[in-house]
Design a protein around this ligand. Structure first.
Ligand code: ASN
Length: 308
C-alpha cells in the first residue's frame, strides 16, 4: 500500500525544496553550456524495442502496445549512436528505469526511475569526451555557486572550485589499491573528482570499445565524485563496426536475435563516437551535499519501494 502521509511529508521537506531549486538551475546551466558547445538537444525516448541490455538487472521493464513489446528505456545508448548519424553532437535529459536489486534501497545513491544527461559526439575519442566532461563539470560547479548561493547556504553546503585536469586511475590499479567496494573507497579518499578508466570487458556492456592492442580492456571511463559520493558519470568510445559488435555480443553470451534491429543498423554504417551519461539526481545530491538521493526529486522511487 502506498503511504500517502509519507508522500506528503516528503514533498514538504525543506531540504527537498532547496534541492529542487538548485536542480532547476543545474539543468538550465548544463543546457546553456552544451548549446554553446554546439550540441543539439533531443527529446527523450521512453519506450522502444531496443534499449541498453544492462545485463545485471534481472527484470526487464516492458509495455505491450498493439500486440508488440516495447522496453522501457534503461539508457538511450543505441539511439545516441543512431542520432549521431543525423547530428554530430547531441544530448538529451533522458528518463531511465532500472529495476535495481532491492538491497540497494538504502545506498543513498540508487533510484529505479532517474534522469541522466546522455550525450554523444560523432568521431570523438575518449580523450575528447574526458576533456568535455571536465569542462562541463567544472563550469557547472562554478556556475551553480553563483546562481544558487542562498540555497546552498541554507543547505550548509560549501563547494570548492574543481580545476581540470582531473587525475586518472585504471580499474586494475583501483582494485589493487582499494579492494572490494573500490569505487566508494576511492571516492572517499579524494578531494577532487577522479577518472576511473580502462574497465575490463566482463563488467561492462558490449557497446564500449575494446582497445585494438589490449584485448579484454575497454576505452571507457567513469568520473568519480570526491567525498564518498560515488559515480558521477559513465561512458566511453563505442564499438561501431558490425563485425566487432557481433563479436562482442557473442562474447557476452547474449542471443544476437535480441539485437537484430541494432545489428541491421550497424550494417547500414555507424560512425565512431564517444559519449557519456551523467546522473542528474546524483549531481544534485553532490552539489547540495545530501546523504539521501530521495531528497533530490519529487516522487523518488528507491529500489524495492512501491510509491507514487
Ligand atoms: N549513458 C551511458 C553511456 O553513455 C550508458 C548507460 O547509462 N548505461 O555510456
Amino acid at each position: 500500500m502506498i503511504d500517502i502521509s509519507q508522500v506528503l511529508q516528503d514533498i514538504s521537506s525543506s531540504e527537498l525544496h532547496q534541492a529542487i531549486q538548485v536542480q532547476t538551475k543545474l539543468v538550465s546551466l548544463i543546457r546553456e553550456i552544451l548549446v554553446r558547445e554546439k550540441f543539439v538537444e533531443l527529446l527523450p525516448v521512453i519506450i522502444s524495442p531496443l534499449t541498453d541490455p544492462l545485463t545485471d538487472f534481472r527484470v526487464r521493464g516492458e509495455v505491450e502496445c498493439y500486440g508488440f513489446k516495447y522496453q522501457i528505456t534503461k539508457s538511450m545508448i543505441f539511439h545516441k549512436q543512431m542520432a549521431v548519424k543525423a547530428f554530430p553532437r547531441i544530448f538529451c535529459f533522458s528518463p531511465n528505469v532500472r529495476i535495481e536489486p532491492a538491497e540497494r534501497r538504502d545506498s543513498g545513491r540508487h533510484l529505479i526511475e532517474f534522469v541522466q544527461l546522455d550525450l554523444e559526439v560523432r568521431g570523438a575519442t575518449r580523450e575528447e569526451v574526458i576533456e568535455l566532461g571536465e569542462k562541463l563539470f567544472s563550469n557547472v560547479i562554478e556556475g551553480i555557486k553563483g546562481l544558487a548561493g542562498p540555497e546552498l547556504t541554507e543547505l550548509g553546503r560549501k563547494l570548492p572550485n574543481f580545476t581540470p585536469p582531473f587525475e586518472r586511475i585504471t580499474y586494475e590499479e583501483a582494485v589493487k589499491t582499494y579492494g572490494e567496494d573500490f569505487e566508494l573507497k576511492l571516492s572517499s579518499s579524494v578531494k577532487k573528482p577522479v577518472w576511473l578508466v580502462d574497465f575490463p570487458i566482463e563488467i561492462r556492456e558490449f557497446y564500449d570499445r575494446e582497445y585494438g592492442d589490449r584485448p579484454g580492456i575497454l576505452v571507457d571511463m567513469d568520473l568519480i565524485y570526491p567525498e564518498g559520493y560515488g559515480e558521477a558519470l559513465s561512458g566511453g568510445e563505442r564499438e561501431y563496426q558490425v563485425e566487432r559488435i557481433q563479436e562482442r555480443i557473442r562474447k557476452k553470451g547474449i542471443d544476437p536475435e535480441a539485437y537484430t534491429i541494432y545489428l541491421k543498423l550497424a550494417e547500414s554504417g555507424l560512425y565512431p563516437s564517444a559519449g557519456f551519461g551523467f546522473g542528474i539526481e546524483r549531481l544534485t545530491r553532490f552539489v547540495c551535499g545530501l546523504g539521501d538521493i530521495g531528497r533530490t526529486r519529487l516522487f523518488a522511487k528507491k529500489p524495492g519501494q512501491f510509491t507514487l
